[in-house]
Design a protein around this ligand. Sequence first.
Ligand code: FES
Length: 298
Amino acid sequence: MSSSTPELDKRDQERLARTSERRFEKVVGISFTLSLIATIGLGVVYWQGGQTQVEGALLFVTLGGLGFGIVAWGKYLVPQGPYVQDREELKSPASEREVLIESLERGSNLIVRRSFLAKLLGASVAAFGVITLFPFIRSLGPQPKKMLYVTNWKKGSALVRSDGTKVRASDLEIGGILTVFPEGHAGGAISQTVLVRPSFQDIVTKPGRESWGPQGYLAYSKVCTHAGCPVGLYQELTQQLLCPCHQSLFDVMTGANPVFGPAPRPLPQLPLEIDSQGYLRAQAGYDEPIGPGFWERA
Ligand code: FES
């Protein structure tokens, strides 16, 4: 009688410990699962346009589930120690060997369960990592594709104002400036072009551009070659276009060469012509990409 009582106590303690471990494993598993579900929900809500309150609640569950699960795992499922074991005689009694075998069997189940929890934790963290990339990916905006290489200007495009009315050769006096667009694309950011009239005579800005400036009209892309701001200020006295963002100055008489500021290259020039009815038109589209410098350019 006296020898069986402590053994029974030991077994009871083992059973109790096992039950309690399983309970905590369930709690940890539920925490990670909740975190994983909330992370996926967060991604879905964000992708569909977002809703701040819902996103906040889901983020709370995501991080809370992860944090709670990790803390509970560390506190209740990892042996705490330190352990001290009395030295006993080497040969164990049969009952102790039974307990040991049970314990080893339980251990193999334990390894399976713990590796499942580890996978669940890994999935939650990985999902959260992917979801946090969403804002970065979306903030990059749409791909520019070919839109910086090709504008809406083409041969014969009439020059129109932002309200769509066509521009006549008689519309601007010397020193006049106007923002123009290709007909059918009034207001387009990529095709916006600045039209200036420094003279009443034809102007040649560069060799090969003898016919591009009829009756003193010159047209240049309005998108700054530095960082893409609209170049909208014209200083008649110096015949320079000014970009207000970083004060780049472009000389309109020499093909909008940059003469001051950080712009690395001239504004592309649009070749103009005047049709039989006196309207200004493009001889062709721009012959080079507009906007900020590209790395492949010389
Ligand atoms: S964007 Fe024009 S000078 Fe910087």
